[in-house]
Ligand binder design. Sequence first.
Ligand code: URA
Length: 247
Amino acid sequence: MSETVRLQKYLAGCGIASRRKAEEIIAQGKITVDGEVVTTMGTQIDPATQEVRLNGKVVTPHADFLYVLLNKPQGYVTTLSDPQGRPIVTSLLRGINIRLFPVGRLDLDTEGALILTNDGELAQKIQHPSYEVTKTYEAQVVGRPSEKILKKLEHGILLEGKKTAPAKLIVMAQGTGTTSIRITIHEGRKRQVRKMFQAVGHPVLHLKRIAYGHLFLQGLLTGKYRLLTPEDLKKIFIKKIPLQNNK
Ligand code: URA
């Protein structure tokens, strides 16, 4: 007996993109099933008997999943192509000839930890709000935020009409006119860390993501990547706030 599966889940399982991105690709009319364009979300397909194509190319399930942690440099875009011709993060994956996609994004001017994979299901899990995967950043901000401001950021502030979820902040170092702060959040709103500090009058000068959950860069040099092991992947989902761990 053959089994059916939702089209977006099938595409994610084939390493096309995360499930959310796969939905976008379906909505854009890029997917055909047995030669017919399908834009209806949730369409069930039978991979054993039906042929799925993306932009005309047959899509097949992946035998191997690959997980990579990249230390993204500033100036690289977290997309698979860039119409403006700026350098893209996947160009740093020298030696890997499988198509990987980034899990979430880092701004052009943000550096640090970026996971790339062809496992759409895991990518979805890392990004889905229900898993509350923490992301830890080191932010160098202008001035010296007071205890009151730090507490305010921890409890949540209004950003674009919506309160931010609880965060954890710790001051790491004080410079001349700047402060280095480690901040852990589990949301992934656009430019969230920058906007949070901007909102309390301490704009970010420099931002680096140092961990997903308890998975740290751990000495990985800027522009370099390493392959992740099953143990590494488990660390992503550890809930305890990683405050004093190494980088
Ligand atoms: N928050 C930001 O402001 N930028 C990022 O790249 C990630 C989180």
